[in-house]
Design a protein around this ligand. Structure first.
Ligand code: ZN
Length: 231
């Protein structure tokens, strides 16, 4: 007996999630570059993300085409490197220095003058502007840790992008896989957290509810749902 698949969510008819999808607009340009191996992974959360936020662009390839320049702000890469801006603490990961309010005010005035090299001090993130580089669009690499590093290696233009990460996302409901934010979060959860942080009107709730349904399907598929309070 051959399986039939839903033409909308691409899942087997018996597992169709379309009834649970509540689409919403994406508040900023988002591109997910997905490694080809990840695209075949049954537990990828990107299909759910696409159903819920249809504006998100997904490209599957190893050699990636840089996106067009944004009219408003720069493309930022979600990647937890040493220079990444932590959007939760609004500090740069390894270089954070506590500043007084007056120093922060002085920074605002001098921010325009700082334009070279690595960040050497914490900058205020007023209106999500950092070192005069506004977060205009988000690029996310999707794949295992090894595959995302490969994408970086094969596409050096990615390394020229300013990077952002997060440190205080809610605990994952999908802890079976690791995500791109440096934490054990799925890509869907990572993108939700960043979008909500940058644009509070974006609601993660419908996406997290959809993810819960998917997790329930996996658990049911395994025969009996594991009763694990703590994993
Ligand atoms: Zn469906």
């Amino acid at each position: 007996m051959s399986r039939t698949y839903c033409c909308s969510c691409q899942l087997p008819q018996a597992a169709c999630l379309c009834a649970y999808v509540r689409p919403q607009p994406c508040p900023m340009p988002v591109i997910i570059y997905q490694h080809p191996l990840e695209a075949k992974h049954a537990k990828s959360t990107v299909p759910l993300l696409r159903l819920s936020v249809p504006d998100i662009r997904v490209e599957v390839a190893e050699t990636l085409t840089p996106p067009p320049t944004l009219a408003d702000g720069d493309w930022w890469l979600l990647y937890p490197d040493a220079a990444a801006l932590d959007i939760d603490t609004q500090q740069h990961s390894l270089l954070a220095v506590k500043r007084s309010a007056s120093e922060l005010a002085a920074d605002k005035l001098s921010a325009a003058k700082l334009s070279t090299g690595m960040q050497t001090e914490t900058m205020p993130l007023t209106a999500m502007q950092t070192n005069n580089r506004q977060i205009g669009g988000l690029i996310v690499l999707d794949g295992t840790w090894r595959k995302t590093r490969l994408l970086l290696h094969l596409n050096p233009w990615l390394k020229a992008l300013p990077t952002l990460s997060f440190s205080q996302a809610p605990a994952s409901a999908y802890a079976i896989r690791k995500g791109p934010g440096g934490q054990a979060l799925s890509t869907l959860e990572s993108v939700c957290h960043v979008l909500h942080k940058l644009h509070p009107e974006f609601s993660p709730a419908p996406l997290l509810a959809l993810l819960q349904v998917r997790v329930g399907q996996f658990q049911a598929h395994k025969g009996s749902a594991p009763q694990t309070g703590a994993k």
